[in-house]
Ligand binder design. Structure first.
Ligand code: FAD
Length: 443
């Protein structure tokens, strides 16, 4: 027999768990369904970094380690987190010849610690576990191991089905991630701009890597781009390769990085202790993420890497909006209009058209346009550290502004590099087109 709920939530990542907890806290009857059998076990690549003490999407997170809470003071709610953590003090960008652009002051970090952190590296498994426990406390019915494959309107209700089970809700929240099947089944993806299929491979390495503690490093070798991330576990690092060229062998690329003539020595005493990967289709975000009493939240409605913080925010807002719809007896679009206004005002309008572009997609795109020596030269022009940040928008905008100011100097010192930078915009458009053609849009 089909079980009936006020709200059925598909996907138990940070967005879905938070929506389930909030709807449960408000006294609604909630079913939470995920295809994973062990919900808190994270199988998809994720750096586990949460930016704190600075605004991201105009919202703020702080971390109260004594009370074991991630706090959202700009919004007025908290999320339990009792797992291990370490501080993050910013980003560094390394050139093929080991020149660096710094976003953060590591000398201050050594002396002032928590005071100057801009993020915490956490265990995402533990974050999800804490939320799952809260869902249980609020009597959310949890269904792991069910892959939802169908969704349809049935009178004034919505039915979702998979693996021989059907759930009926007055509302459905689709929090099924960046490659959302529900978005595709409802026809949302037909209207979305497709920007390519990106793949990530993350190796966990045990040992000592000589990077500044508490740092997210982007490393550009002569051939490709990698991320080296310090984690919450001392002596464990994530080494990531990412590429929009679907034919590139990411394992081979990481093996090559481990033997790179400049960076290979970093990994000499390390051993691989695990790996995760993921494939993401990048589409433009949804302007109106609601149809037939189905609300899409988190990565399902965004473009890529919305972030755990934004996913939690969406879950919180969605759970509350649906609770209001019941109190106001408006079991329709009007009932959840607080969510739709919020989404448009806080996310879609200010950030919805922002594209990091193909150069941000990793691989060797920048290296195909500039030589290693030219990248070294450009990186060496930035002498002073930029203020610490964990915000990608700030990172990209700061780098863009800094080089715009340096153009006259580059023109004088290295006119041939300047010519390449001028030609880059057009070339990146061509590369972007190739990436789109090579991808697999899930329309
Ligand atoms: C390489 C990489 C690194 C990242 N690093 C960070 C980081 O350091 N910090 C940060 O804040 N963010 C990071 N992110 C982004 C972050 O992982 C996501 O933004 C966040 O997990 C989105 O949460 P979500 O709940 O919307 O979706 P997800 O976390 O993707 O959860 C979706 C859930 O839906 C389930 N599901 C999917 N389809 C179905 C189905 N058909 N039926 C049932 N269940 C289904 C999945 O099993 C999953 O549990 C990273 C992303 C990538 C790709």
């Amino acid at each position: 027999m089909t079980k009936k709920y006020d709200v059925v939530i598909v996907g138990a990542g940070p967005a879905g768990l938070m929506a389930a907890r909030t709807a449960g806290e408000n006294g609604l009857s909630v079913a939470l369904v995920d295809r994973k059998t062990d919900i808190p076990k994270v199988r998809r690549a994720d750096g586990g970094a949460i930016g704190v003490n600075e605004y991201l999407f105009e919202h703020m997170v702080t971390f109260n380690e004594k009370a074991k809470l991630l706090c959202f003071p700009s919004d007025g709610f908290t999320v339990p987190y009792s797992g291990p953590y370490s501080n993050i003090y910013g980003f560094q960008v390394y050139s093929p010849g080991k020149k660096r652009i710094l976003f953060g002051d590591w000398e201050a970090a050594k002396k002032r610690g928590d005071e100057v952190r801009v993020g915490v590296s956490i265990s995402k498994d533990q974050l999800l576990r804490g939320l799952l426990d809260e869902c249980k406390k609020y009597e959310v019915e949890i269904y792991p191991g069910i892959n939802i494959s169908d969704i349809k309107k049935s009178g004034r209700k919505v039915q979702v089905s998979g693996d021989g089970k059907t759930f009926e809700g007055t509302f459905v929240i689709a929090a099924d991630g960046v490659n959302s099947r529900i978005a595709r089944l409802l026809g949302f993806n037909k209207e979305r701009k497709f920007m390519g299929t990106y793949r990530y491979l993350s190796w966990m390495m045990e040992g000592e890597i000589p990077v500044d503690p508490g740092c997210f490093n982007f490393v550009l070798t002569e051939k490709s781009t990698y991320a080296v991330l310090d984690t919450y576990e001392k002596g464990i690092y994530h080494i990531d390769a990412f590429d929009s060229n679907t034919k590139v062998d990411l394992n081979a690329s990481l093996e090559e990085f481990m033997k790179d003539r400049t960076y290979g020595s970093w990994f000499a005493g390390c051993r691989k202790v695990g790996e995760v990967n993921c494939v993401s289709n990048i589409m433009s975000p949804l302007k109106d993420p609601f149809k037939d009493n189905i609300l899409l939240i988190g990565d399902a409605a965004w473009t890529m890497e919305f972030s755990n913080m934004a996913a939690l925010l969406c879950g919180w807002k969605a759970g509350n909006a649906i609770a209001l719809a019941f109190v106001d007896k408006k079991l329709n679009r009007r009932g959840i209009s607080s969510y739709l206004h919020w989404w448009k005002k806080e996310f879609y309008n200010p950030y919805g058209s922002y594209e990091f572009g193909p150069a941000g997609g990793g691989g060797g795109i920048l290296q195909s346009l500039l030589s290693g020596e030219e990248i070294d030269y450009l990186v060496s022009l930035i002498q002073e550290p930029f203020p610490a940040t964990m915000n990608f928008f700030t990172l990209f905008n700061t780098i863009g502004r800094a080089y715009a100011e340096l153009f006259p100097r580059i023109q004088e010192e290295r006119p041939e590099v300047m010519d390449k930078l001028f030609a880059m915009r057009e070339k990146l458009e061509e590369i972007g087109e190739d990436i789109r053609k090579a991808g697999f849009p899930n329309r």
